[in-house]
Every structure is written in C-alpha cells, then in structure tokens.
Design a binder for this molecule. Sequence first.
Ligand code: NAD
Length: 492
Amino acid sequence: MTLTAEPSTQLDRLRFFIDGEWVAPRGGETHTALEAATEEVLGTAAMGTEADIDAAVQAARRALDEGPWGRTTAEERAAVMERFADALEKRADATSTLVSRENGMPIGLSTAFNGAAPAGLLRMYAQIGRQTEFESVRPSLCGATIVRREPVGVVGAITPWNYPQVLAMMKIAPALAAGCTIVLKPSPETALDTYVFADAATEAGLPPGVLNIVLAGREAGASLVSHPLVDKIAFTGSTAAGRLIGAECGRLIRRMTLELGGKSAAVVLDDADMGTFLAGLDGASFMNNGQTCTTQSRILAPRSRYDEVIDALADYCKNLVVGNPLDTSTTLGPMASEVHLGRVNSYIDIGKSSNARLITGGGRPQGLDKGWFVEPTVFADVDNADRLAREEVFGPVYAVIPYDTDEQAAAIANDSEFGLGGSVFTSDESRGIEFARTVRTGTIGVNYYQLDLGAPFGGMKASGVGRELGPEAINAYLEYKSVFVSADQLPS
Ligand code: NAD
C-alpha cells in the first residue's frame, strides 16, 4: 500500500482553547485517537468536563457582552474572517491529511471538504455579512421604527466526526458574520483536527473568547446544550441525539438548528442512462465511504430494468478501490472507528438474515488485515419496511428496492421517517425536475448529487430543523429587534 503523504509525528492536544488561551483541563480524562486505516495511535486529546464547558461558555458570554465583537461593524468582522481564511488555507494540506487519518475519508474528498471548504465558507459569509442590512428604519403609525438585526448571542456548536471541518465552519462562519460568539464541541472520533481553528483564529487576530473549543463526550456536550448562558444550539449529528437536544432546547425555549440523519433514495427512472447513473453514484451514495448524512443507500429500480440496475451496482462496487485513504487512487476508505465498523457489520448481518438477496460484498476486503474496512455491499429485493431500508447504516451498503410506476417510486422514496437528500436519474431532465417536486427532502439532485455551499441545506421530517449554508443561514444567528421612536428622535 502506498502512502502519498508523509506519516506525521504523533499529535497531542492536551489543552482546550478558551478565551484566546490554551487552558489546562479541569479533569484528567484523555482520549487516544487511532488511525482508521492502521489502528495505530495518532495522538492523545484531553476530554472536557462540565467545568471546562462552563469556562468556555463564560468566556464566550464575556466576549459577547463586554468584548468588542458584538459591537464591531460587519466590515470589521469580515476583515478578521478573511484573515482567518488565509490562516486556514496555509494549514489546509496538513488538516486534510489529519482528518483522513482520523476518520478514513479519501484524501481527495478531504482536501475539498476539510482543506478548501472551511476557508471558502469564511470568505463567503464575510461577504454575506457585508451585504446584510443590520439596521433599517421604516415609518410607523406614531413615528418610525428602527428594525435591528442583532446577534442571537452565545452559540453552542456541536459537531459529528464525518466531515468535522466543514460542518463546524458551516456554524462558525455565519455566527461570526452575525457578531455571535461560539463554543465548539467536536466529536471524540475526530479529536485532533478541530484545534486547527484555534491556531488559525489566533493568527488572524480573532478577539479572545469569540471562538472557544473544548473536546468532550455526550455528557459534557449535554451541559453545553442546557447551559443558562447559551442562547442558541447549532447541532449536527444523529437523529437520536437530535431528539434529546431538541427536547432540551424546547424546554428552555432556546434557539436551535438540528442537522440530523437520513435514509435517502436514489431513484432510477425507466429511461435512465446507466452511465449517468453510475457516474452520479460517486456523489450520491458512497461519498466518504457511505459515512455521509445524504448517502443515498436506498436504490429504487424500475422492475422493467431491475436486473440491469443490480448488475450495474455490483460492477460499481467491484470497481471501487478499497484501501488507505491517503492513497490518491483509493475510492473507499475504512470506517471511522471500530465501534462504527461494528454497527455497519450489524446491519449487514440484518440484511443477511432477512429475505433480501446478497449480491456482492458483505465481509471484510481481502488483503486488508488492519483498519476498519468493510466491503462495499449490495442487497437486492429489499422491502422498504425492512430495517435495512428504514435505518441509517452510515456505511457502504446498498438496499435495492423494485417499483412499478413513478408514483410508486415517489411513494417509496417518501415512505421514510427521514427527509434529507435524494436523487433521480432520467434521460429527460424536465421529467426529473417534476419527479424531484414530489419527494419530501431538503435537497435532491437530478442526474447527480452535489452539495452547493451557496444554497440552503437541511432536512425535512426527522432529518432536522432549520437550514445551514447559502445566504439564508445567517438568519439563524440573528434576532430581530424593533425600536419604536418618534420621527423627530431619529438620527439624521
Ligand atoms: P452523534 O449524534 O453520535 O454525535 C454528534 C455529536 O453530538 C458528537 O459531538 C457527540 O459527542 C455529540 N452528542 C451526542 N449526544 C449528545 C447529547 N445528548 N448532548 C450533546 N451532545 C451530544 O453522531 P455521529 O455518530 O457523530 O455522526 C453521525 C450522524 O450525524 C449521522 O446520523 C449523520 O447522518 C449525522 N449527520 C448529519 C448531517 C446533516 O447535515 N444533516 C451531516 C453530517 C452528519
């Protein structure tokens, strides 16, 4: 196996980034980060406690209430954000490599999502901040009203391990543009990379306390959700955790955005071009080894071309290059952790013991004795009521489901508790766009699926609440305030 990047030295992150300083943990727990492809030790990180989270929230609150950030102009914030982007870009190669080693993401994808995208988002939201009207005056019955858009306040951002850099920046960038301060709690599975934000923010001159980072597990994470000085929670993760977090935010009447799980469908219409379908699968389904929230693992195939679709999927899986994610020829890396591999394998066992037909895969790839690898797997004849069709596997496992009519295909696609992504493949684009209207998901692609950072992204149904990305996302970090004045009091 060829490694295309230098094996880096062991990385340790034993302090938290709070109030612009590297702060010693209040507790003594640590997390050993293992490399997904080799199971070797990558580094050690301190695990935060409720007390560490509290210190970070206090710092964010002070920075908001007393510090300069909440009173800066959009232009001043944009200038800092652009320097932050410059500082991240300098570190982009090292960050992309580190994340690939942590969670198994193929390096090309990691370069795009962990290297380039975070800096791109900072620049995009710097510009959106500049274009946002933070104050306007409108005539009222008795005088005038100044309509202000104020920062929502202290943001608690909680992120998963699958796209750790870009998912964190999807929260940090609009929050900074809006004038908020942030406490970021990343996931232990990707314990090391998130601190690059602290290095880059320091270099950029972000004022102390505006961005604080504490690695922690669920319990300390829950204390961030319920902390009395937090104003908004921005969460990306599983629907199970989202339900708990949403319930707590509801109890506290706390603002929240929830980006949760999915069980999306790729629908092959009866006139689809098989080459277009196979090319589209790269973005639609096994991107990041199937560890993507929008993974389209339910393949809806017309009965008239059912065998053709199954054969094409089997060939697609056999042609995937499974291996070390740092090798540029790899198209399918390992699962992010041993626990997660166990979860994916348990779904393969569920498939094997159901009435579904195992077409290919279902085991460990030959020749890969170390690392959390799993063969790309296709099950055919899956019933949409089966667990394999209803639950998120979060790995490279296809469930092929037959259908007879377009209406039936849409009904099966919609027969899911989730509503995150999807795609439709057809030779007639207008038919595809029409079909897309009938599917209740936050995003859907016609003949391909590619995230657009400039458009709103999020889920319907149990896939979430609210939207990230696009100019729209800044709204989740702003509160309206109406100031009623008599016209003669208005500033000229
Ligand atoms: P997870 O829910 O187990 O953990 C996500 C984060 O939440 C971690 O930082 C974890 O420590 C924290 N957490 C868990 N329970 C918590 C609680 N009760 N209170 C506070 N914090 C808590 O998810 P994961 O396994 O890390 O990530 C995979 C999941 O994320 C999948 O379901 C995937 O679909 C989803 N996801 C969704 C999107 C999206 O945009 N919709 C994007 C990426 C991933």
